[in-house]
Design a protein around this ligand. Structure first.
Ligand SMILES: C[S@@+](CC[C@H](N)C(=O)[O-])C[C@H]1O[C@@H](n2cnc3c(N)ncnc32)[C@H](O)[C@@H]1O
Length: 224
């Protein structure tokens, strides 16, 4: 680990100490994920809080999440909802969904979270076909090659003003490599191209250095 990585982790710990209240349910979720053998690829605490603030700032009542894992980001988002609000979260792996359901129950949030199991593209297609009501906030954090498809589905499930957030759009700077053989890099690059070509979305991406390394969120708003 280089000095910059060590330093950025220390700064994240400082931010957590100063600005993030301790939440035993979130801490327990990370422990349960590790015990269940889930990879530690959840958002960081500071990123989780950022998602929760976005939910609150936008007054979101309906949130769509693609990529549940053990429900860590789901809990942050669900805690940002008003009474009667809901997170619909999509997960491919039944084992991940099972661990998430237990973590969400332990956080007292079962009534606010609807976990749907299966390949997210198929789940999203079914939601569009069923005429599901639009979402106020969409957080995409699943398989990166599918990001352009997730963007299309998110738009079909949006209204003017819906906020879109995509995770891992910097990838240690590898997003610059047009010839990358990594499908996640190519999926991320294709997401930038799709958003750049999409008149309905106004977006930017912010690079971050923190507990999860050098990466970033892409955030956008649906204009029409
Ligand atoms: C980075 S993790 C999500 C982390 C979570 N958002 C958090 O911060 O706590 C990505 C998740 O997406 C799921 N996933 C991968 N491919 C998927 C697909 N095609 N459909 C739905 N979920 C998928 C993985 O199983 C994994 O649980």
């Amino acid at each position: 680990m280089d000095d910059r990585t060590v330093g950025s982790r220390q700064v994240d710990a400082f931010i957590e100490d100063k600005l993030l209240a301790r939440d035993p349910a979130l801490e327990a979720a990370l422990r349960a994920n590790a015990e269940a053998g889930l990879p530690a690829i959840d958002v960081s605490p500071a990123q989780g809080k950022q998602l929760q603030l976005l939910a609150r700032m936008t007054g979101a009542r309906r949130i769509l999440e693609v990529g549940t894992l053990g429900g860590y980001s789901t809990i942050w988002l669900a805690r940002g909802l008003p009474e009667g609000g809901q997170v619909v979260t999509l997960e491919l792996e039944p084992h991940h969904a099972e661990v998430a359901a237990a973590n969400i129950a332990a956080a007292g949030l079962t009534a606010r979270v609807d976990i749907r199991i299966g390949p997210a593209i198929a789940t999203l297609d079914a939601m569009v076909a069923a005429g599901e009501a639009p979402f106020d906030l969409v957080f995409v954090d699943a398989d990166k090659p599918s990001n352009p498809a997730y963007l299309r589905a998110a738009l079909a499930l949006s209204r003017p003003g819906t906020v879109l957030v995509f995770d891992n759009v910097v990838r240690d700077g590898t997003v610059l490599d047009a010839d990358s053989a990594d499908p996640s890099v190519q999926g991320t690059r294709a997401l930038y191209d799709a958003i750049a070509a999409e008149r309905r979305v106004d977006a930017t991406a912010i690079q971050t250095l923190g507990a999860k390394g050098w990466d970033g969120f892409l955030i956008g708003i649906v204009d029409a």
